[in-house]
Design a binder for this molecule. Structure first.
Ligand code: FA5
Length: 344
């Protein structure tokens, strides 16, 4: 009998010593498995009662139970203590200083090309123009033919074109094909609208020209619309966009879909050192082409050129931004350089 309970006491002493050596929760749980798991030492000691001589069984059982309860309560006390300690450690390391000033949230902003488009919409809205959007992938018929440029017309060379893999389809080289779409939709009623959108040209990239750029087309159709209305509209627009001190220059020009045709330049700020380079020494930068809508184009749009007249223009918002802020390279717009974009 003395031998059997001695084993139990030795087991208790060993288990308690090991328990005292457990420094954290995982170690404690490993200890618990060692003594109380399915093949645990304490379990084995309890089931060993069958091998103890009959007369010693009662006291062995009592002693085994005492050791079991003692170990269980020592384990649960040690586990509680370890949990408390780990909570205290994490509270100490995660502490929050509510007096620290907050980090300012980074605010997004509109891309300068979007900003100028919105300025343009606002100015033309005040002049009574609606906004009309049309396709970026256009048919050859709308991009050229119905604009008075039949196949092989030499003026097609004015627009270096990206063709798509679908025959007869191009990336629009200008917003003018939208004129035909809008006229066909509206005829015989009057029109006063702007048509903004991205255009694509297969041309050499330079400080003033990109292969992808915005245009804003304007179209006015109605009875008695004259060149004076065109000049008045463009002058009113330029005054509001660039201020009363900037000069506007109107030159005669040629477009197959307008007759007569003009181009409009704005003077580059005189104190800017890049003036000569960007204006090829002239002091002026072209911002738009315009003219009176050609009778053939009016007819293609469903109007009777004997009854109505119209004017149209196509402007380059990015060129205008360059003028407004003396930006010396149009390529900056699509490079996504935050140092450039954050200035707007
Ligand atoms: C045209 O595209 C005509 N469709 C404009 C027009 C409309 C004339 C209606 C008459 C009636 P042009 O190729 O000149 O014309 O382009 C018009 C404007 O778009 C230019 O003044 C310029 O501001 C801008 N632009 C043209 N090409 C580029 C380019 N590669 N990069 C940036 N802006 C450009």
């Amino acid at each position: 009998m003395a031998e059997a309970t001695d084993d139990l006491k030795a087991l208790e002493t060993q288990a308690l010593a090991e328990l005292a050596g457990c420094s954290d929760e995982p170690a404690l749980r490993a200890w618990n498995t060692k003594y109380f798991g399915d093949k645990g030492l304490m379990k084995a000691a309890l089931s060993a009662i069958g091998k103890v001589p009959k007369e010693q069984r009662a006291s062995y059982g009592q002693e085994a139970n005492r050791v079991k309860v003692a170990l269980e309560s020592a384990y649960s006390a040690a586990l509680d203590k370890a949990k408390e300690e780990s909570l205290a450690t994490s509270l100490a390391s995660d502490k929050l200083d509510v007096t620290l000033p907050g980090r300012p949230a980074r605010r997004g902003r509109l891309h300068p090309a979007t900003q100028i488009l919105r300025d343009i919409y606002a100015i033309f809205a005040d002049l009574g123009f609606q906004v009309y959007r049309t396709n970026e992938v256009e048919t050859d018929e709308l991009n050229f033919e119905l604009l008075n440029m039949p196949e092989h017309h030499p003026a097609r060379d004015m627009w270096d074109t990206f063709f798509t893999t679908t025959p007869g389809t191009v990336l629009r080289t200008h917003t003018s094909p939208g004129q035909i779409r809008l006229m066909k939709e509206t005829a015989p009623h009057p029109i006063r609208a702007i048509l903004p959108g991205m255009c694509y040209r297969n041309e050499a990239i330079s400080t003033r020209s990109e292969i992808q750029f915005f245009q804003v087309e304007g179209l006015v159709v109605g009875e008695g619309v004259t060149m004076a209305d065109l000049k008045g509209t463009l002058t009113a627009f330029a005054r509001r966009m660039f201020g009363p001190d900037r000069q506007l220059r109107i030159r005669s020009s040629y477009f197959p879909f307008t007759e007569p045709s003009i181009e409009v330049d704005i003077d580059w700020p005189k104190d800017d050192p890049n003036r000569d380079r960007l204006t090829k020494g002239t002091g002026w930068l072209e911002i738009l082409g315009a003219g009176m809508v050609h009778p053939t184009v009016l007819r293609n749009g469903g109007y009777d050129p004997d009854k109505v007249t119209g004017f149209a223009f196509g402007m380059g918002p990015q060129r205008m931004l360059m003028l407004k802020h003396a930006i010396d390279d149009i390529r900056l717009f699509w490079q996504n350089d935050l140092r450039f974009l954050r200035q707007f």
